[in-house]
Design a protein around this ligand. Structure first.
Ligand code: 1PZ
Length: 215
């Protein structure tokens, strides 16, 4: 029983979930977005307990969003677009400084959205990497170009320490469980444009509503 319960999941499934995010009218479905993040967190947990502080923070944000989705106004949270409209209209967002709406969907999702940019940069490096490239370097570079600017020194420091114990490229590909390296590369080539599209649509929406600096 143990072996079948431990059924390995594939990184492909995670990225497929993100593909499902886009609705026909190019809105971002929040439930699928949350499910995509759940998969990423599961994957991160497979890499070792040193990443625990990262997966804990991501999980707590997922829980906040699930709370909104399951709440009495859950239907307003069907897409990121409807969430933004609803929370702004009802004054449910702290726009200039932290106040009583620290768990707004808008500010919570913004943190994940910024991390999605890191993921995009990291996976693109992974896709175009060669055998001797180091995952820790790819991960660190992607982080420095994106998320790090929003983090205080202590977190940047802790993240740097964690990156150093990332498994090497071959072992990392193993954990992804997609198949031989060529297949990983092909899978990423197919999935990346969709992740980028989800990111770009969210970024534009947040920019339009002046939400990119929510405290
Ligand atoms: C494969 C290696 C994984 C490396 C992950 C790279 C991201 C490092 C992020 C480290 C930060 C974690 C500590 C928490 C920081 C929070 O202060 C911030 C801001 O939230 P606030 O304090 O304003 O409520 N949280 C974030 O920036 C969200 C970070 C989510 C990171 C999710 C990574 C998912 C990894 C997937 C692996 C494929």
């Amino acid at each position: 029983a143990g072996a079948s319960e431990q059924q390995k999941f594939s990184f492909q499934e995670i990225l497929d979930t993100f593909k499902l995010c886009l609705t026909d009218s190019k809105e971002v479905d929040l439930q699928h977005y949350v499910d995509g993040w759940r998969g990423l967190i599961k994957f991160l947990n497979c890499l070792g307990s040193i990443f625990g502080f990262i997966s804990k923070d991501a999980s707590s944000k997922i829980l906040i969003l699930v709370g909104h989705l399951k709440g009495e106004n859950g239907s307003q949270y069907a897409t990121i677009q409807s969430m933004v409209k609803y929370e702004l209209e009802k004054d449910l967002v702290d726009v200039t400084k932290r106040g009583i709406h620290q768990e707004s969907g808008c500010r919570t999702l913004l943190r994940l959205h910024r991390a999605l940019r890191w993921l995009e940069l990291f996976l693109e490096r992974l896709r175009t990497s060669s055998e001797e490239d180091k995952t820790s370097v790819m991960c660190g570079e992607a982080y420095n170009e994106s998320l790090s600017q929003y983090h205080p020194w202590v977190i940047r420091k802790a993240a740097g320490v964690a990156f150093h114990v990332l498994p090497g490229r071959p072992a990392f590909f193993e954990v992804m469980n997609v198949g031989p390296p060529e297949q990983v590369v092909a899978m990423l080539g197919e999935a990346m444009p969709l992740i980028s599209e989800v990111y770009d649509i969210t970024e534009k929406l947040y920019a339009q509503h002046n939400l990119l600096d929510l405290p």
